[in-house]
Design a protein around this ligand. Structure first.
Ligand code: ADP
Length: 369
């Protein structure tokens, strides 16, 4: 099959890497000439937000998919009209692209997500009590486009554009669950993972699996994933980001209609990875089993503050000497502060050992220039 991917970043790269054991041809579209997929696929340099570019890129493919959701969904709808298979479909991409539509989707389908108010312009009265979170309708990514409004003073910083005003959740844990559905309607769910946030150690970039949850909490999550997979009405792989609040209630924060950073540990930690699953979704094959094999965790390798230029991975030899530790780099030559350059997966026999190993790896390696 000729498989086209909008976006040529690390998610696409790892999908292709995983799928190379099968017999397909991968095509990618990305504005950056040195995108992580540029030298491992048939690469087109171009803007995936441009209608004509996406149409031209997709028209001779058997299937077109995405590795980023900020793409021209109208062009994808036109490709569907022309008989090209688009996974996930343009309708769900459009819904998820806009926070307002996404929040209304949850409400319509009784999927618990924090209470919200839609604000279209600056003159509207805000009825949500302080403190609250403001989320831009479009254009948000990696925490940008989200701000906390704590008090009257903060109100002056409100963005004057279409946005969602959302009640503040008293978060105990941030969890994620990756679900998949193929065209035949078969579904599979990955075990829940947890983002470990310890402000003291600044461990904001750990993601671990499995997470032991009470029966009641697991039930809430199961009912969310079942409902989502039932109403999504599209083949696809989706990452549902969840909040567990201090009272033991689960809320959906947001959903990504694609491969996700919170699923990287599945590369070595689970019977099959999110990338294998995505491949199977795209080809409408039987879905893969997702069981976890052992304790696993992931540390993002992000560019350190104060360094910009040709990347150097300081301490990598020490990491490579560690047992059951796996380095994944994204083929990016230039680092800058906060840029995701790669990640390291770690396996362990217990949660304690896992956390110890992750902290050790975090202290060992630095992404500098
Ligand atoms: P992005 O898609 O840019 O990552 P998110 O919507 O996930 O943005 O928000 C980023 C972070 O902000 C979340 O991981 C969470 O820590 C915090 N956050 C978002 N919404 C809420 C909320 N309603 N209550 C409390 N914290 C929130």
């Amino acid at each position: 099959m000729k498989i086209g991917i909008l976006g040529g970043g690390q998610l696409g790269r790892m999908l292709i890497q995983s799928a190379l054991k099968y017999d397909d041809q991968f095509y990618t579209l990305d504005p950056a000439s040195d995108a992580p997929c540029h030298n491992i696929s048939y690469f087109t340099q171009g803007n995936f937000n441009d209608y004509e570019t996406v149409l031209n890129f997709g028209k001779d493919k058997d299937v077109v998919t995405i590795e980023i959701e900020h793409v021209n969904a109208d062009a994808l709808a036109e490709l569907e009209n022309q008989g090209v298979k688009v996974v996930p479909n343009s309708k769900i991409i459009k819904t998820i692209q806009q926070k307002i539509l996404q929040k209304e989707f949850y409400k319509t389908h009784n999927i618990p997500s924090p209470e919200f108010q839609v604000v279209w312009n600056r003159d509207e009265e805000i009825t949500m009590p302080l403190p609250f979170v403001q989320k831009m309708n479009t254009g948000g990514y990696d925490g940008k486009g989200v701000q906390l409004i704590k008090n009257e003073i903060d109100l002056q910083n409100l963005w004057q554009e279409a946005s969602v005003i959302e009640s503040l959740v008293d978060i105990d844990k941030e969890l994620s669950v990756i679900v998949a559905r193929n065209e035949n309607g078969e579904t599979k769910t990955f075990p829940v993972t947890e983002m470990v946030a310890d402000p003291k150690l600044n461990l904001l970039d750990f993601n671990i699996c499995p997470v032991f949850l009470s029966e009641d909490i697991q039930k809430q999550i199961d009912s969310i994933t079942e409902k989502f997979l039932e109403v999504v009405n599209s083949p696809g792989l989706f990452a549902i980001e969840l909040f567990l609040d201090q009272e033991g209630k689960i809320w959906v924060n947001e959903t990504a209609p694609r491969l996700h950073n919170s699923g990287h540990q599945s590369q070595e930690g689970n019977a099959n990875s999110q990338f294998e699953q995505m491949y199977r979704v795209v080809k409408n094959l039987p879905l893969a089993d997702t069981d976890f094999l052992t304790f696993s965790g992931m540390l993002n390798l992000v560019g350190a503050e104060g360094f910009e230029g040709n990347v150097i991975y300081e301490g990598m030899d020490d990491v490579l000497k560690m047992p059951k530790t796996y380095v994944h780099l994204y083929g990016k030559t230039e680092t800058k502060p906060g840029r995701k350059m790669g990640h390291i997966n770690v396996l362990a026999d217990s949660k304690e050992e896992l956390m110890e190993k992750l902290v050790k790896v975090k202290e060992m390696v630095r992404v500098i220039a």
